[in-house]
Design a protein around this ligand. Structure first.
Ligand code: NAD
Ligand code: ISE
Length: 335
């Protein structure tokens, strides 16, 4: 029997997940939708021709007996409450990043899940499911470039809306690197610093853009991540690992190599939905399969907490310009 999923938040990624559950993945169907904007929910139900009801509240959706698992894709500040409600109802929950907007909020979820006694939460960190990052990790594990020493990374968006603020460069954007680089290196961070280059004339007055985040891991690996969310030219994710005996870089997304008008070119994507489309499919299929097998294995509430601890330190570092310590507790055996 296919897994009956209720979706809270039918905006950009909520709709995209509804599309993949309904048209691409196997073993699940969408049986309920809620959005704080009911017109948005109704339009989504119509667009994907879903045989579902639109619920008045997230809580009503979570407690609907027809809903077996919950997918939270509403705005970040609402995630904690919905995830805690799902845990209280004993239902598995896939929560888009961030798990909660502060480390304290993520810790409340970790504690609730541990009190329940079994993993119920998967966080929507999709990059560990990306074939390029997985190839990098395999190469590192095989020792092909020796021990990693430095990472040079970039997270660039063509532009952002006027609601996007300077701390969101950390909590909304860098949060992906905070998760995937910790997974790649298999170690936690110990410090963070943020420096601000000359500001782009394309950034709105309230936004510091670009930013460079400098991280250090427990073993001393140094990482620089450029966050540039008004780069104009495309959606561009870079990750280069400098090891003791070689350098490994994240593969570019495949694209036709064009020879034309005396030039040789390949296109650059502009939409984040396309850049990681396969990884989103694999992460959500893993959630569906994990729920049906009774064991979730994807990014956990602890991973959501670890990223949030580092994010809190980075936001402080944005404000004070100092090198800020990151104090990450040991992972409990539960995870
Ligand atoms: P969006 O603004 O397009 O959609 C969010 C939707 O949630 C809106 O329709 C809004 O009305 C609804 N909403 C807001 N508060 C709500 C509440 N309290 N209850 C019910 N509905 C509520 O935003 P988006 O781009 O779809 O992002 C949604 C979440 O997904 C964010 O947390 C974002 O960080 C995350 N996201 C993750 C990825 C990824 O790569 N994993 C990509 C994009 C967005
Ligand atoms: C967006 O919310 C995402 O999560 C995308 O993956 C990210 O790359 C983008 O910068 C965010 O705005």
């Amino acid at each position: 029997m296919s897994l009956a999923i209720g979706v809270i938040g039918s905006g950009a990624i909520g709709q995209d997940h509804i599309r993949r559950i309904s048209q691409t993945l196997s073993g699940a169907r969408v049986v309920a939708v809620h959005d704080i904007n009911p017109l948005q929910a109704e339009a989504t139900v119509k667009q994907y021709q879903l045989a579902t009801s639109v619920h008045d509240s997230g809580l009503a959706l979570i407690h609907d007996p027809a809903v077996e698992a919950v997918l939270v894709s509403s705005w970040g500040p609402s995630h904690e409450e919905f995830v805690l409600d799902a845990i209280a109802a004993g239902k598995p929950v896939f929560c888009e990043k961030p798990l909660a907007v502060t480390a304290a909020g993520c810790m409340r979820i970790v504690q609730a899940e541990r009190a329940h006694g079994k993993r119920l939460v998967q966080v929507g960190f999709m990059r560990p499911y990306d074939a390029g990052y997985r190839a990098l990790k395999q190469l590192l594990n095989e020792g092909r470039i020796g021990a990693p020493l430095m990472l040079h990374c970039a997270h660039r968006n063509p532009s952002v809306g006027e609601d996007y603020t300077t701390p969101m460069a950390i909590t909304d954007t860098l949060i992906h690197e905070l998760d995937v680089l910790r997974w790649l290196l298999d170690e936690d961070y110990v410090s963070a610093q943020v420096v601000f280059p000359r500001k782009s004339s394309h950034a709105l007055p309230h936004l510091a853009d670009p930013q460079i985040v400098l991280l250090e891991t427990r073993s001393g690996v140094r990482i620089d991540v450029e966050i540039f969310v008004n780069c104009q030219y495309g959606y561009d994710i870079q990750c280069q690992i400098v090891g003791e005996t070689g350098i490994a870089s994240l593969p570019e997304p495949s694209s036709v190599a064009l020879r034309s008008a005396a030039s040789y070119s390949t296109a650059i994507l502009t939409d984040w939905k396309q850049r990681f489309i396969a990884a989103y499919d694999v992460e959500l299929q893993a959630f569906i399969n994990g729920v049906q097998a009774g064991s979730l294995t994807g990014p956990s509430a602890w991973d959501g907490y670890a990223a949030a601890v580092a994010a809190d330190a980075c936001v402080l570092a944005q404000q004070n310009g100092a090198v800020v310590d990151i104090n990450m507790p040991e992972r409990p055996d539960f995870y």
